[in-house]
Write a protein that binds this ligand. Structure first.
Ligand code: F7E
Length: 365
């Protein structure tokens, strides 16, 4: 009788584990958001992460090197622009969740490579949803949307009801993907959602994005001062665009909550504040010890420069201007805060300081 009770308890326990342990495919896991998502899930759940990565000749595993030997982290080959490969992976793994962070996410480059932006950011979503519909219709799906979709804004703040007014091939690809998610959700009763994540940055951000470009170059300039070498100014484009910036780590649990609601729904995730590139530059230099009182802007337009004493530390390079600009973004995350019970932890200044401190430390290590 005792043995029977023990066996029964063991079966119940393993059944429970089966129920609790899920398979989650994450794409874009070598990037900022995917790697933070993997960290978050390995820390807070019992689920297994299947990390889909594209085969490249030089591995870019910097953001996931600490996860490679984790027993619940498995790397697989997945090229999201290859429909056959996507279908085969989804049919084989039959995931419980599919979190799509992979993207061609360089807005400025998207004018030069519009087709690859469309294939990666839009067609890939279609391949994924079609495969999910066929092989695992209960899978919960998330696609990374973007505040760039609001583009040519008409309201001070942008929420879930704001119009799609894209200004770049990148934004057009994200708008198309948004419609695909909605149509597949409504037509096939899939749990498929997308989040409009406003700009989110951090120490895993690539240097192609303005925030990391600024903080990495500040570390270089700091070092040039320290070693008495020639100061090479940081080159930037439009300083007066406004962005709604947050710490990327603050957005991860919002995404997880989004795929775990009773009903699928899309949400805006944002700080609800706007800061210009110019403000980011000033605050970042200030944290690095180039205090605002010792710095000044001189000149106008393409001739504008930022000086620390007699040294020019920032200059404008027209190469970094875009053919069409999103001038100002400010999210309204009221719905996410109310329905997902989500709250960001870091302020704009916390984020700038964290990035500057990290890059000063890395450069001078
Ligand atoms: O540009 C201006 C530039 O490239 C921000 C991506 O994650 O967020 C990101 O898109 C602003 C723009 O990000 C330089 O003109 C000035 O106004 O850092 P960014 P983004 O275009 O806002 C959204 C939410 C996404 O979804 C995207 O994937 O900064 N800017 N000077 C510059 N930008 C860059 N990259 N480099 C410059 O030198």
């Amino acid at each position: 009788m005792k043995l029977f009770a023990l066996q029964f308890a063991a079966i119940t326990f393993s059944l429970k584990l089966n129920i609790m342990e899920k398979k989650i495919i994450i794409t874009g896991v070598t990037g900022q958001d995917g790697s933070h998502m993997a960290d978050f899930l390995l820390k807070n759940t019992e689920h297994t992460i299947i990390a889909g990565v594209r085969r490249v000749s030089v591995k870019n595993h910097e953001n996931i090197s600490h996860l490679i030997d984790h027993p619940r982290f498995k790397l697989i080959d997945l090229d999201i622009t290859d429909q056959a490969n996507t279908e085969q992976v989804i049919a084989e793994e039959k995931p419980d969740y599919f979190i799509n962070f992979a993207a061609n996410s360089f807005v400025g480059v998207s004018w030069k490579q519009p087709v690859s932006h469309m294939e990666t950011n839009c067609m890939a979503v279609l391949y994924q949803l079609e495969a999910i519909r066929k092989y695992c219709p209960n899978c919960r799906y998330y696609n990374a949307g973007s505040s760039e979709e609001f583009g040519d804004i008409v309201t001070v703040q942008q929420d879930e009801n704001s119009q799609a007014r894209p200004r770049s091939p990148y934004a057009a690809s994200k708008c198309s993907a948004r419609h695909i998610v909605k149509v597949w959700r409504e037509s096939y009763d899939l749990y498929a959602v997308q989040g409009w994540l406003f700009n989110h940055e951090g120490t895993r951000r690539g240097e192609e994005f303005v925030t990391r470009k600024i903080t990495k170059n500040i570390a270089r300039i700091f070092n040039e001062y320290r070693t008495g070498n020639e100061i090479i100014p940081l080159q930037l484009g439009n300083l007066d665009a406004g962005r709604d910036w947050s710490d990327a780590e603050d957005f991860i649990d919002a995404v997880w909550k989004m795929v775990n609601q009773d009903e699928p729904k899309d949400y805006v995730i944002a700080s609800d504040e706007t800061h210009t590139i110019r403000e980011f530059v000033e605050e970042a230099f200030n944290f690095a010890g180039f205090h605002r009182g010792e710095c000044r802007w001189e000149g106008e337009g393409l001739d504008e420069k930022y000086y620390h004493g007699e040294h020019c530390i920032v200059e404008i390079n027209p190469e970094f201007y875009r053919p069409a600009e999103v001038e100002c973004l400010r999210g309204d995350s009221t719905l996410a805060r109310k329905e997902l019970d989500w709250e960001r932890k870091s302020t704009f200044l916390d984020l700038v300081k964290k990035m500057v401190d990290n890059d000063l430390k890395m450069f001078n290590a």
